[in-house]
Write a protein that binds this ligand. Structure first.
Ligand SMILES: NC(=O)c1ccc[n+]([C@@H]2O[C@H](COP(=O)([O-])OP(=O)(O)OC[C@H]3O[C@@H](n4cnc5c(N)ncnc54)[C@H](OP(=O)(O)O)[C@@H]3O)[C@@H](O)[C@H]2O)c1
Length: 366
C-alpha cells in the first residue's frame, strides 16, 4: 500500500471510529432479497445494542440510513429504488461509516471485493458463496487477508447453522488432520431426487420445486451442481486443503442440463435417470447428489445410497455432512439438519456478526 493510500485508509478508519462512538457499529447490508429481509426481521426483534444499519444496497442503488429499524430501511430502499429500475452487477461503493459488511447477495463482483474490504479493516459476514467457493486465486487473496487478522464470517454459506465450516477449521487449528468430507449439500436437489421415481417427468418435478421457491429462478443452476461445487470447495478449503480450479469434478449427466434451454434440459436428464433406475441396487436405495472430497480432489455425483448410509438418513430438505478425521475415522462425525432457507441463513449471519463484532453500546470508548 502506498503512503497516500495508507493515509486514506487511516482517515477512513478514524471516521468509522467516530461514527461507532456516536451511533454504534455501522453496517452495510448488501442485498435486499429473501435472506436480507429475514435478517432485518430478526435484527429488529433482537435489537442488539450498538449495531446500526448505515447503508442498504442492491443492484439498483444504495440508500444511506441513519434511523433505527432494519425492515424500515429495506422498505425505504424499495421505495427509492423500485424493481423497475435498471440493475447493475458491480461491487458497491460502501459508506465510509460501514465497519461491518453483510453480503446477502449472490454476486461475483461483490464476492471479489471481500479481501479488499478486510484489508481496509472492515469485518465481512457473508451468505454469498462466491468468495471462498470459486477460484483458487480469489480464495488465496481472501486467506491472505485472514492471515493478516481480517475478521470474516462465512457460516451461512454451507449448511446454515449446522456448523460444518467451524468444525473443520477447529480440527485444523487443533492439528487434527481431516481425511474426507462427504455430504448431501443441497436441500433443493435432495427434495427433487427424493421424489423422482421414474413415474413423473423430472421437468415436472423441477417446476413444482421452482413454484415452492426451492430453486433458483433458472433451476438449471441448481441441477447442474454448480452451487454444490461452491459449497464443497468452501468445506475443502476449511479443512486446510489446496483446491485447484479443476479439483472438483461434476457428474456430466448433471452438467449437461446447461447445454440446452430450460424446456429441453430436464427432458434430456429424464433419459439418463431412466438408465440409472435400471441399475437401482435394491428397493430401499436412495438416489442423491453426493459431494465427496479428499485432500487430492473431489467429485459431485448422482449416487444410489444404501438405506443404512449416514447420508441417506436425512428427511425432507435436510443437509448432511460427514467428516472423517484421524480420530473420527471408523465412525465419522455426522452433522445433519435443515441447512438452508432465508430464516436459518439469516440466523447464521447474525451469529457470525455477534461473534466477530460484539456490539458495544454507543457512546462508549473503544
Ligand atoms: N435463500 C436461501 O435459503 C439461502 C440459503 C443459503 C445461502 N443463500 C445465499 O444467500 C444469498 C442471498 O440469497 P437470497 O435468497 O436472499 O437471494 P435473492 O432473493 O435473489 O437476493 C439477492 C439480492 O442480492 C442483490 N444483489 C445482487 N447483485 C448485487 C450487487 N452487485 N450489488 C448489490 N446487491 C446485489 C440483489 O439485488 P436486486 O434486488 O437489485 O436484484 C438482491 O437484492 C445468496 O448468495 C444465496 O446463495 C441463500
Amino acid at each position: 500500500m502506498s503512503g497516500f493510500a495508507a493515509a486514506l485508509a487511516r482517515h477512513a478508519c478514524a471516521q468509522r471510529e467516530a461514527w461507532v462512538s456516536h451511533h454504534g457499529l455501522g453496517v452495510a447490508l448488501i442485498g435486499t432479497g429473501q435472506v436480507a429481509r429475514a435478517l432485518a426481521r430478526q435484527l429488529d426483534a433482537a435489537a442488539p445494542a450498538g449495531l446500526h444499519l448505515a447503508q442498504v444496497v442492491n443492484q439498483r442503488g444504495a440508500l444511506d440510513w441513519q434511523r433505527p429499524g432494519w425492515e424500515a430501511a429495506l422498505d425505504a430502499h424499495a421505495s427509492e429504488w423500485p424493481k423497475t429500475r435498471p440493475r447493475q452487477d458491480a461491487s458497491p461503493r460502501l459508506s465510509p461509516f460501514a465497519g461491518l459488511v453483510i453480503d446477502a447477495s449472490a454476486s461475483d463482483a461483490v464476492a471479489a471485493s471481500h479481501a479488499e474490504w478486510l484489508a481496509a479493516g472492515r469485518v465481512v459476514v457473508t451468505a454469498n458463496k462466491r468468495a471462498l467457493g470459486e477460484s483458487a486465486a480469489r480464495a488465496a487473496a481472501l486467506q491472505a487477508a485472514l492471515a493478516r487478522g481480517g475478521r470474516y464470517g462465512d457460516s451461512a454459506t454451507v449448511g446454515a447453522g449446522l456448523g460444518a465450516i467451524a468444525r473443520l477449521r477447529a480440527f485444523v487449528a487443533c492439528g487434527e488432520p481431516v481425511h474426507e468430507i462427504a455430504g448431501v449439500l443441497s436441500g433443493s436437489l435432495a427434495w427433487l431426487f427424493d421424489r423422482f421415481d421414474g413415474r413423473r417427468g423430472f421437468a415436472e418435478l423441477v417446476d413444482e420445486a421452482r413454484l415452492l421457491g426451492l430453486t433458483e429462478p433458472d433451476p438449471r443452476q441448481d441441477v447442474a451442481g454448480l452451487d454444490v461445487a461452491r459449497k464443497l470447495r468452501i468445506l475443502a478449503r476449511a479443512a486446510g486443503w489446496r483446491v485447484d480450479d479443476d479439483a472438483i469434478r461434476i457428474d456430466p449427466r448433471l452438467q449437461r442440463v446447461l447445454d440446452a434451454p430450460p424446456a429441453q434440459a430436464f427432458a434430456r436428464l429424464d433419459r439418463e435417470l431412466d438408465d440409472l433406475f435400471a441399475q437401482r441396487p435394491d428397493a430401499d436405495a436412495r438416489l442423491a447428489v453426493v459431494a465427496r472430497a479428499r485432500p487430492e480432489g473431489g467429485r459431485i455425483e448422482l449416487e444410489w445410497l444404501a438405506r443404512d448410509d449416514a447420508l441417506a438418513q436425512r428427511r425432507g430438505c435436510e443437509n448432511c455432512v460427514q467428516i472423517r478425521t484421524r480420530r473420527y475415522d471408523e465412525h465419522a462425525l455426522v452433522l445433519r439438519g435443515p441447512g438452508a432457507g432465508p430464516a436459518l441463513t439469516a440466523a447464521a449471519l447474525i451469529e457470525d456478526v455477534l461473534r466477530l463484532a460484539p456490539p458495544r453500546a454507543p457512546g462508549l470508548a473503544a
